[in-house]
Design a protein around this ligand. Sequence first.
Ligand SMILES: [Zn+2]
Length: 107
Amino acid sequence: MSYKNLCPLCLQKYETKKAQRITEQRLANGIIRVYAERQAIEHLPCPRCGNDSMSDVVTRNAVSRTPENSGAKIFVCDECGMREALEVFDGKTLTLLSWWVIEELFP
Ligand SMILES: [Zn+2]
């Protein structure tokens, strides 16, 4: 069934949810971009798991493969890098909205 077949009330709910998801995704992308810039100048927790497990030299960490991260080159800890690789292989990547840094700001 296409969403176009929904009743007006359901269609409105659907459109509202869709708009919310897009807004959340844009906010998340913005946070990720800022976090990626901060990573270059200070030691921060891993943005994905929140553990203080990042190498002091940020480029020694894993580059995130999360596709929706808007092209920002953001580093994650080695364990998260490994998990992402396995998730990509399985086709089940953790959405950016589930990352520690996003949940921390939007509980
Ligand atoms: Zn991590």
